[in-house]
Design a protein around this ligand. Structure first.
Ligand code: GLU
Length: 302
């Protein structure tokens, strides 16, 4: 595994820094694009890394996976009455589909879906972003995980589009709490900073039928894990999910901080990170690294 990751790092070297860092969140625009890390965690918890795998970065939309874990814990199957499980085929922050579809977002991994999930969690917890931080600390085994408050505040200042989605859903009766309060928690979740090693560990349960070998606890049932991986495969990479399935063939979730988590069911959880993004908003070098990895050792689930 170590020599495989070293080879991938050499192979993607020319791509590192190609693309654009996310600039619509001002606090993320200053990140050095010339960084790359990868970590693979097996079902026993053994981690192999290459590059800057212990450098923390803004997890952004990868937080939607952990938020969904919290929501499933409280709502079980009834959760799917308020959010769908179909790919959207539209940008992650699109508003148009919500109007046509009566305020029910297509899936929990587009922003509208994640906001409904955040609203549901808000109805059950006094401080959702603290619960989320504690969850990722526990799953990653890293008690130092923190949200970057500059990033969270910068996102809050530029919240107009996310706020519009939440208010539109409120108009359809699919958003119950105060919009600003939910956004505050949502942005703190997105602003959590974790490394590739932290995220590979924290998502290990997805490769392990819901069981986290680090905490020796079931995070999700086997059934819910299967459902999570299916939605990650169809909707985890914005509107590039189809070509990600074609090129990489693994359930995955990306974030505009340049991180991507991916799952080889029954075997490994992975995280790759490089901040410069392709036109679809996914890490350019990260997607290339995952493609090379699955091609070399035939890890695709298809
Ligand atoms: N916090 C970002 C937003 O709501 C998440 C973007 C992402 O990583 O997809 O716009």
């Amino acid at each position: 595994m170590q020599s495989l990751l070293n080879d991938i790092l050499t192979e993607v070297q020319p791509l590192i820094g190609q693309g654009q860092v996310a600039s619509y969140i001002p606090a993320l625009a200053n990140v050095d694009p010339n960084q790359f890390g990868i970590a693979v965690c097996d079902t026993e918890g053994k981690v192999t890394t290459a590059g800057q795998a212990t450098t923390p970065f803004s997890i952004q939309s990868i937080s939607k996976v952990f938020n969904l874990v919290l929501a499933v814990t409280y709502y079980g199957e009834s959760l799917w009455q308020r959010v769908g499980c179909e790919p959207s085929g539209l940008p992650f922050n699109s508003l148009v589909q919500l109007e046509y579809e009566n305020g029910i977002p297509r899936n929990p991994f587009i922003n509208a879906g994640a906001l409904v999930i955040s609203d549901m969690v808000q109805s059950r917890l006094i401080s959702p972003h603290v619960a989320m931080r504690d969850l990722v600390r526990k799953l990653s085994g890293n008690d130092n995980v923190l949200a970057n408050t500059d990033v969270a505040e910068s996102e809050f200042e530029h919240r107009a589009r996310n706020a519009s989605m939440a208010y539109l859903m409120k108009a359809f009766g699919n958003f119950h709490n105060d919009v600003e309060a939910v956004l505050h928690n949502y942005f703190h979740n997105c602003a959590l900073e974790m490394s590739c090693v932290d995220l590979a560990r924290a998502t290990q349960f997805l490769a392990n039928r819901g069981f986290c070998s680090l905490t020796k606890e079931a995070v999700l049932s086997q059934d819910h894990t299967r459902q999570f991986n299916a939605i990650l495969a169809t909707s985890g990479l914005y509107d590039e999910a189809g070509s990600f399935a074609f090129r990489v063939g693994l359930p995955g979730k990306s974030g505009v901080g340049g991180g991507i988590i991916a799952v080889v069911p029954g075997r490994f959880s992975l995280c790759v990170w490089s901040p410069a993004l392709n036109k679809m908003g996914n890490s350019l070098a990260g997607v290339a690294a995952l493609e090379s990895l699955t091609r070399r050792i035939n890890w695709s689930v298809y």
